[in-house]
Design a protein around this ligand. Structure first.
Ligand code: GH3
Ligand code: MG
Ligand code: MG
Ligand code: MG
Ligand code: MG
Length: 314
């Protein structure tokens, strides 16, 4: 299920970026038909503690990639049977984003056109054999650094700075994808809007920083109850849950438990011991347009507020 996988990828990325990237974490695929050259490149990689996989030609390489989605660098020879290096490049680029995988072309040929052809086919860099080990390591780590930068920027662009929850942008991207699948499968969609009650008062009474503490605290509790759903901070003190699982009744029950959990425990969440409650609107319907779902969930949320807050309306 695409959205769930992407959500897992998001958490994986977060974990990955929590520590400094090391060569031990980088998986490199060496694609070389010459056994001697393959062993030489691999030995260079082992010496600097990279993880190494090997393939004997392009067709083999594509298979290895399919079985090892976490390969981030491909070092590809040009002259190989069945499929040339630049053809392999083009095929990898058709299948995988250049934000996730770096390709370094390698060749013993003196043809001045070959490096250009590699780069045009989607390679990030090019080395001529026999290459200098020092240059090899430099180019490799420059390219791995670039992947890390892209991953960091992508994560930051999708994360709310205060609560570290996925943000609005991430939510809409993911929810739209999930909606397409649901529509095809004619499945019901469920979206909940969650809003902290009288949040303005918390800011007024305890200060904006204390208000921020409350937002951070509630963001953490989402993980307790809705770790497998798509949760995001839409803005202010408003959060959204897009349910990735189907049982309407169970989801309504979890929301009720969540509301109650917040009511009973919120005063222990923050240093200021600020008690607070939340109101929730849940919509469950066949509806392909995510904005429509949000509008309806918002209406239910408004009803919950009208009914005196600290309620779930579905
Ligand atoms: P209701 O029960 O009707 O939802 O009342 P409310 O006070 O929670 O709602 P209102 O929309 O009147 O106020 C929301 C407040 O949230 C106003 C705004 O200053 C505050 N706010 C929005 N974003 C942040 C933030 O990032 N940090 C803090 N501390 N406050 C925020
Ligand atoms: Mg060759
Ligand atoms: Mg509010
Ligand atoms: Mg309001
Ligand atoms: Mg609000």
């Amino acid at each position: 299920y695409i959205t769930k996988e992407n959500k897992q990828a998001y958490h994986y990325l977060k974990k990955q970026l929590a520590r400094l990237p090391r060569n031990e974490d980088v998986k490199v695929l060496v694609v070389e038909d010459s056994r001697h050259a393959r062993m030489y490149i691999s030995s260079l990689l082992y010496r600097h503690k990279y993880q190494v996989l090997e393939a004997v030609d392009g067709v083999d390489a594509l298979e290895v990639l399919q079985q090892n989605p976490d390969v981030s660098v491909i070092i590809a020879d040009n002259e190989m049977p069945r499929m040339n290096g630049d053809e392999l490049c083009a095929e990898i680029r058709r299948l995988y984003s250049n934000e996730d995988k770096v390709i370094i072309g390698v060749s013993g040929s003196n043809s001045p056109h070959l490096s250009a052809r590699f780069l045009k086919s989607g390679a990030n860099d090019y080395l001529r054999k026999p290459f200098n080990a020092e240059e090899f390591y430099c180019r490799l780590s420059l390219n791995v650094d670039m992947l890390d930068h892209i991953a960091t920027i992508r994560l930051q662009a999708n994360t709310d700075y205060l609560t570290k929850l996925p943000n609005r942008r991430y939510f809409f991207g993911q929810a739209n994808q999930a909606q397409k699948i649901r529509t095809v499968k004619q499945q019901i969609s469920q979206v909940a809007m969650i809003d902290i009650d009288h949040f303005k008062r918390i800011n007024d009474d305890h200060g904006h920083d204390a208000g921020d503490d409350v937002l951070v605290a509630i963001a953490k509790t989402f993980d307790k109850f809705f770790a497998n759903e798509l949760v995001a901070r839409l803005g202010g003190e408003e959060f959204v849950i897009y349910f990735l699982h189907n049982s309407s009744e169970e989801n309504l029950e979890s929301l009720k438990k969540f509301r109650q959990y917040i009511e009973l425990n919120s005063s222990s969440f923050t240093p200021h011991k600020i008690p607070f409650t939340i109101s929730i609107g849940l919509v469950s319907k066949h509806e392909p347009i995510i904005d429509e779902l949000l509008k309806e969930a918002d209406k239910k949320l408004y009803e919950a507020k009208e009914l005196g807050r600290n309620k779930v309306v579905s």
